[in-house]
Design a protein around this ligand. Structure first.
Ligand SMILES: Nc1ncnc2c1ncn2[C@@H]1O[C@H](COP(=O)(O)OP(=O)(O)O)[C@@H](O)[C@H]1O
Ligand SMILES: [Mg+2]
Length: 248
């Protein structure tokens, strides 16, 4: 981390060392006048908001409204055209599209390595954060069990169903106990029981002090969240007072 950048590889990062058991976010995740223009079209327009730790924030809105794009900018994997996202006084965008180490994503497209096992997919993320291989495997199994797929650890991800892959993606993100957890439609492939379970786990992450944002168009997930932001065509059309949107 000498150059201030983070790259997700499987080399242990001695500076970060071991996984904390308990972690509280160091402040709000803030967006300041964020806009994104793609090919002459404004995909996001002038978003200014702050997302607090300790609660689950739902990011709602129809398909194409900009939810994935907003999460990508908030997590530092996409550079906005104007404005910036920041956390604890630092820009989220670090110049290379890699997220900061405080961030873990549950991606809409899962982002798993298909030819590796479920366990290996989770363990890679843990080893990147400094865990020994045996510790990483043990914790990976515990996280898979947390999402009711403890029996699938040895299975190659490409053999799994969509719902099973989605839960591996959850296990991978939750395993690292991130300060900032950004989940993009994490329940889209799940039945009701598992959907509620994932929501409970998101709430548990918030309860330990993490910043938790869940992009969704599922009304049940929105209802279960503490705060709600609604996008429409790249604009923020509604937000709880407590999300303290500071205007334009
Ligand atoms: N890389 C890209 N190139 C062109 N258009 C994009 C790109 N990424 C997103 N968009 C467009 O931006 C809008 C918002 O997309 P997205 O953030 O994926 O919405 P949501 O997640 O709410 O469904 C859509 O109109 C989409 O087509
Ligand atoms: Mg999306």
């Amino acid at each position: 981390m000498t150059d201030g950048r983070h790259t997700l590889d499987i080399e242990p990062d001695d500076e970060r060392g071991h996984m904390p058991d308990h972690l509280t976010a160091a402040g709000d995740l803030e967006l300041a006048d964020v806009s994104l223009n793609i090919a002459g079209r404004w995909v996001l327009e002038r978003l200014t908001l702050a997302i607090r730790p300790g609660e689950v924030t739902a990011l709602a809105g129809p398909s194409g409204s900009g939810k994935t794009t907003l999460l990508s900018i908030a997590g530092g994997i996409l550079k906005p055209t104007t404005g910036f996202a920041s956390y604890a006084g630092q820009h989220m965008w670090q110049g290379d599209g890699d997220p900061r180490h405080e961030v873990a994503f549950v991606l809409q497209v899962y982002g798993l390595v298909p030819i590796l096992s479920a366990r290996e997919n989770v363990a890679i993320a843990l080893r990147a954060r400094g865990l020994r291989p045996d510790e990483a495997d043990e914790r990976a199994d515990a996280e898979l069990t947390r999402f009711h797929i403890g029996d699938l650890g040895d299975r190659q991800v490409e053999e799994l169903s969509g719902g099973q892959m989605q839960r591996v993606a959850c296990a991978r993100a939750f395993a690292v106990a991130p300060e900032i957890l950004l989940a993009d439609e994490p329940t889209s492939e799940l039945d009701e029981g598992n959907r509620e379970h994932v929501m409970d786990q998101l709430r548990a992450e918030a309860a330990r002090g993490a910043i938790v944002v869940v992009a969704t168009h599922d009304p049940a997930v929105v209802d279960a969240a503490d705060r709600k932001l609604v996008l429409d065509e790249g604009r923020l059309v509604s937000a709880d007072e407590s999300s303290y949107v500071t205007g334009r």
